[in-house]
Ligand binder design. Structure first.
Ligand code: CA
Length: 726
């Protein structure tokens, strides 16, 4: 035991030194020669605005500014997709989930992977041209929902990315070296500790020389915003706060002054209000407007943020602003007075549709709250809103007022409500696609249930995971369903006829769907989490025509490109779904072409770590205190009752650090694994707290090892919240 303890102490010391070294360097790039050929990622305003003229490229997150994720390429089509094979693959060094949608520009694939590591691959061979690692670190890593990144932007020779620790960085596309780095939530904002509750996982968008980015944190009590930065220098141009701040300090705009009338109580003190901009952002050159969705009001339970539910503008809205100044133009609120985590941030797209005989330029969004919205892009006028999955919180949307007709019981004032869609969403961040050929929107749609049970009136919302909900509450007589969990499917939705045209059979949890690509070859590509397969479907009928065993979960949307006259499909794959945090994820870039002959290596056999705790010797009082502190600060990531939570975080009951308080504190208090996403909790926890947490985990591990009744059952059935997605 002694030896083992010392080994771990030394290991922790080395890890701390490594982190310090990383901080000093601030960023590293694998050595790569400067290339003197045509400048890489030479993406200009003209090229982006007319991206449809270059169908062989994929220069922006959603393909083009319309974000339809539709490729005009048709060399691969329904007639030959059965010949589609792996052309090359390139491994990532990560054991985390991959959400990053790649870009392809002039021969090079760029992709962001977990923990913000960016790769540039030769699009012909898969050779790694460079790798960039921003060395994430800092206090903001205490409050995140997964170390994922969903994508990057390209502009004038630079690859631009938001980082999990709240920076916006620009990388030289020639060599992977950092050009500039900006703190998106700087101390000058005067947010104090709240600044540490933000993280960034969304893809930045770029237009008119500016980069637009928001931040996650709606579950941790923050004030939402979107901000614009100069793409050449990283200097902030403007910031649009989505909810009002402390009225005593005055409002930043007339729009926020109006919004403040829809709140009461002291929301800015309780939780910052929420309304985070954590995914869907879209610049539309047709209207010259910037659109973005806003997240839930915070905390989830409206009675914990104010007395008598106002609309809480501008949470759960789609907002249009002027991209040059951030000036408010219009908003449409999907979920007034949100009490269900109905972020309105799902990816949006623009399209030109003939609605009731009239050509209309519209915004389309299948939202988390289960309704498919069609809005007039120039004015925000609601054209239609229809449920595209199981919805039980509203009977519909009143077209005269634009407001949902909420079922009274769904507000869970007195009795719990089995909500559909649950907080996982009817559709979350997974990108959709639209085919102008079929007129259909392809939605990775979920059927999701989640029990909403409020904390008792007057109970205080603890700091940290700020929701006001009894998580995992045991509930009798659940209304109106008695269903749990998530299943999902690929759904083809007609936005004009307002109905489902076809849908695949349901894929089961965990995490049933991925992002979508539609092509002019009459194909729709989508991967799935549990099934580990990438599939191609007939865009008109939904018939599955091809599939590939990726050996791992697939969440990111694939893209398509051409090189030397050959069409390729590229998919960034990898998910910790199959065996827990310590298992290899087989995370890779996979590139397919007709008659591709490459073969993936056989997955290595994997034995999960076994329970091997030291004896439990602490007092019942210490263990109970440890359990309380664990529930407040650790369970969000590491799982309720010390059971494995989300697969992208380690199960602590099998941790070797249970053998050494020094090693345990090195991680929890000193931030020894900050570069892996485990920030220091020194601000929140004292050493007696961490000793109690360790004692609690040792007790849990011993109980689990002993087995018998109550060991596993002590963990309530896990309600997959899907928040790793944020
Ligand atoms: Ca949310």
């Amino acid at each position: 035991m002694e030896t083992r303890g010392r080994v771990f102490t030394l290991g922790v010391l080395l890890a701390v030194l490594a982190v310090l070294a990383g901080s000093a360097l601030s960023a590293t790039a694998a050595a790569a020669p400067d290339t003197s050929t045509a400048s890489p990622a030479d993406v200009t305003a003209r090229r982006l605005t007319h991206a449809e003229r270059e169908p062989g490229q994929w220069m922006a997150y959603g393909g083009t500014y319309s974000e339809q994720r539709f490729s005009e390429l048709k060399q691969i089509n329904t007639g030959n997709v059965n010949r589609l094979g792996l052309q090359w693959f390139a491994d990532y060094e990560t054991n985390q989930d991959q959400h990053g949608s790649p870009l392809y520009i002039d021969g090079v694939i760029y992709v962001s992977t977990a923990r913000n590591v960016v790769y540039a691959f030769d699009g012909r061979t898969g050779r790694t041209l460079w790798k960039y690692n921003p060395m994430i670190h800092g206090e903001r890593l205490r409050y995140n929902l997964g170390l994922v990144n969903r994508g990057i932007a390209a502009w004038n020779g630079k690859i631009i990315m938001g980082t999990i620790d709240g920076r916006l960085v620009a990388i030289d596309a020639r060599n992977g070296r950092q050009v500039w780095s900006t703190d998106v939530i700087p101390a000058s904002l005067g947010l104090g500790e709240m600044a540490n509750h933000y993280s960034i996982t969304m893809a930045p968008r770029v237009a008119k020389g500016k980069v637009f980015i928001g931040a996650s944190g709606g579950e941790f009590g923050v004030r939402g915003f979107i901000a614009a930065f100069d793409a050449e220098t990283g200097k902030e141009a403007w910031r649009f706060w989505t909810v009002p701040g402390d009225p005593a300090k005055g409002f930043e705009s007339k729009a926020l002054q109006r919004a403040a009338k829809t709140w009461d109580g002291q929301w800015w003190k309780v939780s910052g209000g929420g309304g985070t901009v954590w995914d869907g952002v879209l610049y539309d050159p047709v209207t010259d407007l910037l659109y973005f969705g806003t997240g839930n009001a915070t905390p989830w339970n409206p009675r914990t943020r104010e007395q008598d539910g106002g609309d809480n503008l501008y949470s759960a809205c789609i907002i249009a602003v002027k991209p040059d100044t951030g000036e408010y133009v219009w908003h449409y609120q999907e979920t007034p007075g949100d009490g269900w985590d109905y972020d309105a941030v799902s990816p949006m797209m623009t399209a030109d549709l003939t609605i009731q005989g009239k050509q209309q330029h519209v915004i389309l969004q299948p939202s988390k709250n289960g309704f498919f919205y069609v809005l007039e892009a120039r004015t925000g006028r609601l054209l239609s809103a229809d449920p595209f999955t199981v919805v039980n919180w509203a009977t519909g949307v009143d077209m005269a007022t634009g407001r949902p007709m909420v079922v009274p019981g769904a507000r869970y004032r007195s009795d719990p409500w089995d909500l559909a869609p649950g907080v996982q969403g009817g559709h979350s961040w997974h990108p959709n696609a639209f085919s102008p050929q079929t007129g259909l929107v392809y939605i990775p749609a979920w059927e999701a249930y989640f029990t909403m049970a409020g904390i008792p009136p007057g109970a205080k919302v603890p700091p940290g995971f700020s929701l006001g909900i009894r998580m995992g509450a045991k509930v009798e007589n659940l209304q109106p369903y008695d269903r749990q969990g998530v299943s999902g499917r690929l759904e083809a939705w007609d936005p004009v006829a307002r109905k489902i045209v076809w849908e695949t059979p349901q894929f089961a949890n965990p995490r049933p769907t991925g992002g979508v690509l539609a092509t002019a070859g009459n194909l729709v590509f989508m991967g799935n989490g549990g099934g580990k397969t990438l599939s191609a479907y007939d865009a008109k009928t939904g018939a599955r025509l091809w599939s590939f065993d990726a050996q791992t979960a697939i969440f990111a949307a694939p893209i398509s490109y051409t090189l030397d006259g050959v069409q390729y499909i590229a998919a960034s794959v990898g998910g910790a779904a199959q065996g827990g945090y310590f298992a290899p994820t087989h995370a890779r870039m996979l590139v397919f072409a007709l008659d591709g002959k490459a073969v993936l290596p056989e997955p290595e056999p994997y034995t999960p770590p076994q329970l091997n705790p030291p004896p439990s010797t602490a007092s019942a009082q210490v263990i109970a205190h440890g359990g309380d502190v664990y529930a407040q600060f650790c369970s969000t990531c590491h799982g309720v009752n010390g059971m494995q939570g989300r697969t992208s975080f380690p199960n602590l009951t099998v941790s070797p650090l249970l053998w050494t308080q020094g090693g345990f504190d090195g991680v929890v208090l000193m931030g020894a694994r900050a570069d892996k996403g485990m920030g220091s909790f020194a601000q929140d926890l004292k050493s007696e707290d961490t000793a109690a947490i360790r004692a609690y985990l040792i007790a849990r591990a011993n109980a689990l090892k002993a087995g018998g009744p109550g060991a596993a059952a002590a963990a309530p059935p896990r309600q997959e919240t899907g928040h790793a997605e944020n």
